[in-house]
Design a protein around this ligand. Structure first.
Ligand code: UD1
Ligand code: CA
Length: 488
């Protein structure tokens, strides 16, 4: 790394008034990460001595959010109250390691900045530099004013710019590489006699220039320097970030039919020859294997998809879809669903904490919760694992080559031995030995003993006993149906 000992100072303590939000601005999410996370990701590939994040009094919230995204090894400095960007840098300088020669100052609200652009600053022959861009509409940004020789003389903020200054289209990107000692001296001289009554870092640039420090101006792509000050700009930045991610994957051999409606988080991994169809959301730690076809209208969160699998019109969270497996249309795979090679979860099937062995199928209309299903099993339409008794969850085990007839209620805990079968409409309350056929409905009526979970659910003598679609409190699991188990 040229230029010796460099640390980053990331300004993230602003109140973000224009967001009108209770959440700190830099924690607002865009394209799969908080704003600040994008900036830290761009910094992470640079060879920096330290990264100091200047945060407000809500530093713990900010630090926890970054830690949760895997951004660690950071130093946090607290600026309270936020009195302007010059004050923020002063606070940040107190946090850089002794011996730091220069600081790379970036704003936490510039998620479009790329490592390569930051690197270009570090590789300059000059010791001091700032990033600028020439834009069509400079409103909202500080204007870079140059002297007659063309060197940077000062920056005037949008609100303070007058007359011809307003027409200057070269704007300050808010990214600076500066020598620590002159910077500290310049910061001392900054006052708050301006429209916002704040201590502007941009005034320190003017002070440095007046001190005779030569500040190089590097022009960047205007798209890259856009700051995010409100939610309209947040959405605009999101569109650019998503397009960039799609472009990167297409360059690496992924077919993306409609990048405009494809949302791929920066944390996702795709193999070559994946096809992503429109309106698809790939989030978190999702990975997709070669030859898989995902979409249209799929949302995968922290989910692994094996090679040559297909997933269409479906949602999967924290699940593992094996190679050649097939999901959807209209399937919901909740956390802990594991489909082995060639398994299939079809239309209107919901699963949770359930493993489906190789080649097993639940083609239509089923709920599989806390179930371990072996290989070559056929789960008929309308099958439900009644895994919830109002107090706890119970497992269902279905061994290899079982045939579960349509509309079977499997009242858990229950075990279906290898090669067993159930008749259509059966309510299975006892284990089925290997090779046996379970048929019939053991249910009988027990008056007055309906849904005892809810005291208001007792119309005269009735109640909801045996209502297998009644959801357990707060968790969406399917009820085992009151006394169905003890009714035998
Ligand atoms: C700033 C620049 C402007 C530049 C623009 C580029 C100043 C005075 N102005 O304006 O020249 O064109 O960025 O996007 O620097 N922050 C703190 N503490 C504070 C105030 C702000 O940490 O007391 C942080 C904010 O969280 C933000 C960054 O500094 O991440 C920039 O502050 P912001 O208020 O967004 O400045 P702009 O008005 O965009
Ligand atoms: Ca800003």
């Amino acid at each position: 790394m040229p230029g010796g000992n460099i640390s980053a100072v990331v300004l993230a303590a602003g109140e973000g008034k224009r967001f009108r939000s209770r959440l700190p601005k830099v924690l607002h999410e865009v394209a799969g990460r908080p704003l600040l996370g994008h900036v830290l990701a761009a910094l992470s590939s640079l060879d920096l001595e330290a990264t100091v994040v200047v945060a407000s009094r809500r530093v713990e919230e900010v630090a926890a959010a970054m830690q949760a995204r895997g951004f660690d090894g950071l130093t946090y400095a607290v600026q309270d109250p936020p009195r302007g960007t010059a004050d923020a840098v002063r606070v940040g300088l107190a946090g850089v390691p002794a011996g730091t020669e220069r600081v790379l100052v970036v704003s936490g609200d510039c998620p479009l900045l790329q490592s390569s652009t930051l690197l270009s600053l570090l590789e300059l022959p000059q010791r001091n530099a700032l990033l600028t861009a020439v834009v069509d509409d400079p409103s909202g940004y500080g204007r870079v004013l140059r002297d007659e020789r063309g060197t940077v003389a000062r920056i005037v903020e949008d609100g303070d710019a007058r007359g011809a200054e307003r027409e200057v289209r070269e704007i300050n990107a808010g990214v600076y590489l500066l020598e620590v000692d002159p910077l500290a001296a310049a910061l001392e001289r900054v006052g708050d006699a301006n429209v916002q009554g704040e201590l502007y870092l941009t005034d320190a640039i003017g002070e440095l220039a007046a001190m005779g420090v030569d500040i190089a101006a590097v022009r960047a792509d205007p798209e890259e320097v856009a700051g995010v000050n409100d939610r309209v700009q947040l959405a605009a930045a999101g569109a650019i970030l998503r397009r960039r991610t799609c472009t990167r994957w297409m360059e690496r051999g992924v077919t993306i039919v409609d990048p405009a409606t494809t949302h791929i988080d920066p944390t996702v991994t795709l193999e070559p020859d994946v096809t992503v169809l429109p309106f698809t959301f790939l989030e978190g730690a999702t990975t997709v294997g070669s030859g898989a076809v995902i979409g249209p209208q799929v949302r995968l969160v922290d989910t692994t998809v094996g090679a040559a699998a297909s997933v269409t019109f479906a949602v999967a969270v924290s699940s593992d879809i094996g190679p050649e497996a097939s999901v959807g249309p209209f399937a919901s795979l909740r956390a802990g669903t594991v489909l082995a090679r060639g398994a299939r979860l079809g239309t209107f099937v919901e699963s949770k904490a359930t493993t489906l062995g190789e080649g097993s199928k639940a083609n239509h209309l089923a709920y599989l919760g806390d179930a371990t299903v072996g290989r070559g099993v056929n789960i008929g339409a309308g099958t439900i694992t009644c895994n919830w008794d109002g107090r706890s969850k119970h497992p269902t085990v279905i061994e290899d080559r079982v045939y579960v007839g349509s509309d079977t209620m499997l009242v858990a805990p229950v075990h279906l031995g290898e090669g067993a079968a159930t008749g259509a409409g059966s309510v299975v309350v006892r284990d089925v030995p290997p090779g046996s056929l379970a048929v019939g409905v053991p249910a009988r009526m027990l008056p007055g003993r309906g849904n005892r979970m809810d005291p208001q659910a007792h119309p005269a003598g009735g109640g909801a006993m045996g209502d297998t679609e009644k959801e357990g409190p707060g968790d969406g699991d399917v009820s085992r149906g009151g006394d169905a188990q003890t009714a035998e």
